[in-house]
Ligand binder design. Structure first.
Ligand code: TRP
Length: 450
């Protein structure tokens, strides 16, 4: 099959809203619900949120559009997309795919925890607001050497099942119902959380920035979070963009997706941090925060068990719409480039990613004393390498590629569908992608590594 046939036969999204939901589905996931609240908690709350916003606007939106442009223009996966325009740049797509793979490995571990919490809420295992009990339920589970690995496998199998089916069938159909469902649920939980006695401390912690807390680490964490949360820097959005029709409005999509993503992250922050203060948990408690804090909130709600079950089901769905995009990045590469069948590629890649995730799971229990980089355990090291190093590096070179190598003119031609739609911020975006975004990424990157 030559390149042109490949492009003509390429699968496309079933509808416009289908694409937005799928891309928002990729963006909204454990990054918003699990990672954002605890990363904010560990990095000074409001200080982190403020830096997050700045980076979101200067870098997030800018790169979102750049990836969509590149994907739709070439109609190819990340590596092939770069290669098609400039042979020598294929490795930038490669860094992205590597990052996606590392992320998927530990993402599946957390996804497995969610599956376990679905089971737990069905059996009413945590119907209490007792912080000690809730912490020990969580810790007992994740430190177990075997159980979390079984759940991790279940999560990988679910992801694999969907990816084998292709992009436009199931994902789109379910996203249309479940994404709005998640939103409504988050609003309800947030309302309960902010009205708990003692919650106001948490609201202040999240929304009032303490400027003295802003340092290189906070900035690097926020940069990593923007990339992670928006699914940027590794070709997922390039790949999703490649399934887009030529009449889609890319600039508009690159606003809508970050907007939806940020609203959900803030809701999650407002659902969790006020409750953290109300119940006397530690805001810097780390990856367990959502699993320990929210059950306490549910216990204070009428029909708490039902809420818990519904909530974790929706989290699972959100996590799956993200994990499939993570897996899709490498599958689509192997299918396009090595001409492997979709089925075979999906099976092999899933199996290997499962194995790669096992040490992340063990790092919570039997291997917790083993530190890799910066005193971090295996899971946190993978996250650091992928989110804080590889994604920003991929993002930096994306800016250089679009702004300087391929050229703004070509990019804008694609963004405006050959001049058919207006893009008022075109000049501003060009300035951001050529100068502001790459310099910001570079500064934050260097500051954070010190
Ligand atoms: N954005 C997803 C989340 O917030 C995770 C994710 C999916 C991701 N695809 C990605 C992160 C690509 C980085 C790159 O949970």
């Amino acid at each position: 099959m030559n390149l042109n046939d490949q492009q003509q036969n390429r699968e496309q999204w079933g509808s416009k809203v289908g694409f937005i939901l799928a891309a928002a589905g990729s963006a909204v996931g454990l990054g918003n619900l699990w990672k954002f609240p605890y990363t904010a908690g560990q990095n000074g709350g409001g200080a982190f949120v403020l830096v997050y916003f700045a980076i979101l606007i200067l870098v997030g939106f800018t790169l979102m559009l750049a990836e969509l442009i590149l994907g739709r223009h070439t109609q190819l996966n990340a590596i092939s997309a770069y290669r098609k325009i400039k042979e020598k740049w294929a490795w930038v797509g490669g860094i992205g795919i590597l990052a996606s793979y590392l992320i998927l490995s530990f993402y599946s571990v957390i996804g497995g925890w969610v599956v376990n919490y679905i089971v737990k809420s069905m059996t009413g295992a945590f119907n209490t607001a007792d912080t000690e009990v809730l912490s020990s339920i969580f810790v007992n589970f994740i430190t177990n050497p075997i159980q979390p690995i079984i759940y991790q496998a279940i999560f990988v199998i679910l992801t694999l099942g969907i990816v084998i089916g292709g992009v436009s069938g199931g994902i789109e159909k379910y996203s249309k119902i479940l994404m709005p469902g998640l939103f409504v649920m988050m609003v309800l939980i947030m309302i309960r959380s902010v009205t708990l006695p003692g919650a106001s401390e948490g609201i202040k912690y999240l929304l009032l920035p303490d400027f003295s807390k802003i340092d290189g680490n906070v900035m690097l964490a926020a940069l990593g979070q923007v990339f992670f949360s928006l699914s940027l820097g590794m070709g997922v959005i390039i790949t999703y963009g490649s399934y887009l029709g030529k009449d889609e409005n890319l600039p508009q999509s690159s606003f809508t997706i970050p907007l939806i993503d940020t609203i959900i992250a803030l809701l999650a922050g407002l659902a969790i941090l006020p409750a953290v203060f109300a119940f006397g948990f530690d805001p810097a408690g780390g990856p367990g925060l959502i699993f320990i804090t929210l059950p306490a909130v549910f216990s204070q709600m009428p029909l708490g068990n039902v809420f818990a079950l519904l909530f974790f089901l929706l989290v699972l769905f959100a996590a799956l719409t993200s994990s499939i995009s993570l897996l899709e990045a490498s599958v689509s590469y192997v299918v396009d480039e090595w001409k492997m069948s979709r089925k075979k590629a999906t099976f092999i890649l899933s199996f290997v990613v499962f194995l790669l995730g096992v040490p992340s799971s063990l790092a919570q229990g039997p291997w917790s004393h083993i530190k890799f980089i910066r005193g971090l355990d295996f899971l946190d090291s993978m996250d650091f390498i992928a989110s804080n190093l590889l994604l920003p590096i991929g993002g930096f070179f994306l800016c250089i590629f679009i702004g300087w190598v391929w050229g703004i003119e070509n990019a804008l031609k694609e963004a405006t569908n050959d001049g058919k739609i207006s893009f008022k911020l075109a000049k501003f975006w060009a300035f951001l992608i050529k100068w502001v975004a790459p310099i910001a990424i570079l500064i934050v990157f260097i500051q954070g590594l010190k």
